[in-house]
Write a protein that binds this ligand. Structure first.
Ligand SMILES: [Zn+2]
Length: 374
């Protein structure tokens, strides 16, 4: 993660980079934001910047050995501390970040713009109560007593310090106040009101606002291969929180995707009973879902066309999607794809003009079934 991967936030980036370049780096910093703020990506980019062997005034180089370790979250002088919950068959003293680092690394690699709920779903603990335990503070102190591997800064990133058990918080007060030389604590909080005043008073606080719509739009475009229009539309409904936006997208898209695939299979098999069932279900869905269905269908057709004409240059969203599109493309040719796409377009047009959705859908299903047999 580099600063350039995070859209906008120029004021914070400047504050962070200039503290390194002017030698005014505070040894304990609190990046305070609300859920959805990009303080974790900023902390990750800042750590990479500090360790980079070839940084410029604004960003890490992305090329050096240290940058490539940061890219995989394996730099030996960075330790990550994060909330955990009890795990079946694991002694409580062993439920410490060090032992779940692999999970945390893959969580970060997939997408570091997420929150505690995402982490909870990812790590699948025994219950919902997460914390950073007292044992964790012992680990931090022990870790800081070791020499730096590279001779540079040792960085401790504490993600969501508001989950620190009071004994854990008290356990690190001394090192926060009098850290060893070249030690940096980055506390990344989504609810700093819950932090003890003794912690707050020992850190330099940087407030991180939630991203603006335009910043979310840029992020969506860069990560999800979306059109300008679609990205703009989604960013407006994001409420400054990519994490919750992704959750909505996943749920809605999964449902639509699943429905589209099963329906098309029924048309392919000319399974009349299923075709009627799907028309019934479609009739009960709302307009927003209808629109996603047609836009998903058109995307599928576009991707089939690109596969057939061997012009596919964009990354397909997921492996399962890729598999589906390749299988479907094998059943089609260019003129069939055009007819499919035309059918989808016409039905969408009628529905926007309030045609009976169940009948229009059934009508489309019958035409699709015939098109497969043409
Ligand atoms: Zn570098």
């Amino acid at each position: 993660m580099r600063f350039q991967d995070i859209p906008g936030m120029d004021d914070v980036k400047l504050k962070l980079t200039s503290s390194v370049n002017n030698n005014t780096l505070a040894h304990a910093q609190l990046l305070a934001g609300k859920p959805g703020a990009w303080n974790l990506p900023l902390a990750l980019a800042f750590s990479a910047y500090i360790h980079c062997e070839n940084r410029n005034d604004h960003d890490a180089c992305g090329q050096c050995g240290s940058c490539s370790q940061h890219e995989k979250f394996i730099h030996p002088d960075v330790s990550y501390v994060f909330p955990l919950t009890s795990q079946k068959g694991v002694k409580s003293d062993d439920v410490i970040s060090r032992n779940y680092l692999k999970n945390f690394r893959s969580f970060l690699s997939e997408n570091p713009y997420r929150d505690i709920e995402d982490w909870a779903a990812y790590i699948e603990g025994e219950n919902k109560s997460f914390n950073i335990s007292k044992e964790e503070s012992r680990q931090i102190i022990q870790n800081l007593s070791l020499k730096s591997f590279t001779g540079g800064f040792k960085i401790v990133i504490i993600w969501l310090p508001e989950y620190m058990h009071i004994n854990a918080a008290n356990g690190i007060l001394k090192v926060l106040e009098e850290p060893a030389e070249k030690t940096l604590f980055l506390l990344v909080s989504q609810n700093s009101d819950r932090l003890l005043t003794t912690i707050l008073s020992r850190t330099r606080q940087i407030q991180i606002r939630n991203p603006k719509d335009i910043e979310i739009k840029d992020w969506l475009k860069s990560k999800m291969d979306l059109s300008d229009e679609k990205a703009a539309q989604l960013s407006l409904s994001s409420d400054g929180n990519i994490s919750s936006l992704l959750k909505i997208l996943e749920q809605k898209d999964d449902m639509v995707m699943d429905f589209f695939r099963k329906w098309l299979l029924a048309c392919y098999r000319l399974d009349q009973r299923k075709m009627i069932e799907y028309a019934d279900s479609f009739g009960k869905m709302n307009k927003v879902i209808h629109r996603s269905f047609f836009s998903y269908g058109q995307n599928v057709m576009r991707d089939c066309l690109l596969i057939i004409s061997k012009a596919h240059s964009t990354e397909l969203i997921s492996d399962s999607y890729k598999e589906f599109v390749i299988k479907l493309a094998a059943l089609l040719n260019i003129s069939k794809i055009e007819l499919f796409s035309q059918q989808l377009g016409e039905t969408a047009y009628y529905l926007e003009r309030n045609a009976n959705s169940k009948l229009a859908f059934l009508n489309m299903s019958v035409k699709m079934a015939h098109l497969f047999r043409k």
